[in-house]
Ligand binder design. Structure first.
Ligand SMILES: Nc1ncnc2c1ncn2[C@@H]1O[C@H](COP(=O)(O)OP(=O)(O)OP(=O)(O)O)[C@@H](O)[C@H]1O
Length: 275
């Protein structure tokens, strides 16, 4: 990681982040930095604190301690007022694993995109908005016909493309991708990963990529944070960490078969690394 980065090079800085649920520390003393235009993975087995970290960054959970600075502005406390919520939306968007549950089943894709533009670009004229909707569809490889479709008439890959178009419609600096390709077939997954790489190169967006799949992480990220039981056990350049893991837990993750919701207990017992 580049320790000489200036604030202008940093999209997201998380420092000593903590979240307690009762007596459980779901996230404990987590610090990392996502550079502008960079792509950072958070990996770890089920329950390691990845989603809780993402929720705090999104403002869906309030940290027990620590700070979150995105695009130079503190977002450790909930947004005050709709103007700040809108501004935060322009800084950071999230794409979830299951686009079906995050898309409104009654709304056509083009109308959904137009609505985001209305919220974030209120002074855009109606013809400019229509043109931008068409452009957004094109950016994610969808056509006007898809724009006229309801989510139920689309494939899983097309729905995920629509969810990505919705995220980038706000022109965010940072997109959190929470298991965003996990539900897709391998060939569709490859297409969506290529799309994400192209969008990053074209638009300079930074990605925070939450995943249990190290092959995907290797393909799409530059840096990696490995979490276990709420804490970071290892972080660094993705290639270096995955090629030469320093921590036994990272070695264990690398040796395990990637699947949703890792349960490493059996494997731990097999390799004798304890609980
Ligand atoms: N709202 C909550 N109330 C109480 N405990 C919670 C809550 N949300 C998460 N936890 C606990 O915090 C810990 C971390 O959960 P988290 O969902 O962040 O893990 P994760 O790494 O994202 O897992 P997965 O890959 O299964 O989504 C777990 O022990 C979980 O049970």
């Amino acid at each position: 990681m580049n320790d000489t980065a200036t604030p202008a090079d940093v999209a997201l800085q998380v420092t000593s982040l903590r979240k307690d649920y009762g007596h459980i520390a779901a996230v404990n003393d987590v610090s990392f930095r996502l550079e502008r235009g960079g792509s950072l993975a958070i990996v770890g087995e089920s329950g390691s604190g990845k989603t809780t970290t993402a929720k705090m960054i999104m403002g869906l959970e309030t940290p027990t301690a620590g700070t979150i600075v995105a695009c130079g502005r503190d977002r450790s406390t909930p947004a005050r007022g709709s103007a700040e919520r809108r501004r935060r939306g322009r800084e950071l968007q999230i794409v979830f694993q299951d686009p079906y549950s995050s898309l409104d089943p009654r709304q056509r894709i083009a109308d959904m995109l137009a609505e985001v533009l209305l919220i974030h670009h209120r002074h855009m004229t109606a013809p400019a908005r229509a043109a931008r909707v068409e452009e957004l569809l094109g950016l994610v490889g969808l056509t006007e016909r898809h724009g006229r479709s309801l989510p139920s008439a689309m494939s899983g890959g097309q729905r995920q493309r629509a969810a990505i178009a919705r995220a980038i419609a706000a022109e965010p600096e940072i997109v959190i991708l929470d298991e965003s390709v996990a539900a897709l077939d391998v060939s569709i997954q490859a297409q969506v990963l290529n799309l994400l790489a192209d969008l990053r190169a074209e638009l300079g967006i930074s990605y925070l990529f939450i995943s249990h799949d190290l092959a995907v992480v290797r393909q799409i990220t530059d840096t990696i944070v490995v979490m276990r039981n709420g804490s970071i056990v290892e972080q660094g350049r993705t290639e270096e960490v995955l090629d030469a893991p320093q921590h036994p837990y990272t070695r264990l993750l690398r040796a395990s078969v990637p699947r949703r919701g890792w349960d490493l207990r059996a494997l731990r017992e097999a390799v004798g690394t304890g609980g």
